[in-house]
Design a binder for this molecule. Structure first.
Ligand code: CA
Length: 230
């Protein structure tokens, strides 16, 4: 259950979303304009910002770019009728954690929020052992096993795996992965992400041709799905 700021200028949609989110147990504040949203971020300390992009007094993407810590909510979910990949990638690169194209189902919205909420409220564990499918990752010993058998990974493969594990259910752009795992911002290096994700699939997926855990979001990036409750 999270404190949510819902920024949406369409009154019927705002009302439906408000009801849906409140019923799901969230605490919801609403705004219909950029100015009110900025004020609510300053005063309400929302944990999740649900942001429409077309707003009467400004553009949601510009607003998102203007939000800096500590005013910036920890999680941002963008809702928009703009379905172009370039807009989605821009939103995600500006720090949005996920993107839903209108129209969407409320079940889908709630599922995405659960992923964000889980990440917000999962305390960092000191020596976590993570598992998904047949794979167990022992972070303390940097050891990856499949049904007890050691799976050798290179340092970069392991770093990429940990980055995925740290962001379960969240859409990660190729550019963000490149920035975080390779510390590079050259878009021409995006091929690294593709090649290394394919390697993780070969080593860790039951059927690498039908990946269940390292899922491609076409044109956008990747989403790690642990397979438990997602
Ligand atoms: Ca709008």
């Amino acid at each position: 259950m999270a404190r949510i700021l819902l920024v949406e200028d369409d009154p019927p949609l705002r009302a439906v979303l408000f009801r849906t989110l409140t019923r799901a147990g969230h605490t919801v504040e609403t705004a219909s304009r950029v100015a009110a949203a900025a004020e609510a971020c300053r005063t309400g300390a929302p944990e999740i910002l649900i942001l429409d992009l077309g707003l009467p007094d400004g553009d949601g993407l510009e607003f998102l770019a203007s939000l800096l810590p500590p005013v910036r909510p920890p999680s941002v979910l963008v809702l928009s009728a703009r379905s172009q990949e370039s807009v989605k990638v821009t939103a995600l690169d500006l720090g949005a954690d996920d993107y839903l194209t209108k129209p969407f189902g409320t079940a889908e919205l709630l599922a995405r929020l659960r992923a964000l909420d889980r990440r917000l409220h999962t305390p960092p564990r000191t020596a976590p052992a993570a598992s998904f499918g047949e794979i167990t990752v022992d972070r303390e010993r940097s050891l990856v096993t499949r049904q007890g058998q050691n799976v050798p990974l290179t340092a970069r493969e392991y770093a990429l795996l940990l980055f995925f594990l740290d962001h379960p259910g969240v859409l990660l752009t190729t550019r963000r992965i490149l920035h975080e795992v390779w510390e590079r911002d050259d878009p021409e290096l995006a091929v690294y992400v593709r090649v290394y994700t394919a390697r993780l699939r070969r080593k860790l997926e039951r059927d690498p041709r039908r990946p269940r855990h390292f899922v491609t979001e076409i044109g956008l990036g990747y989403r790690f799905v642990s397979g438990e409750g997602e």
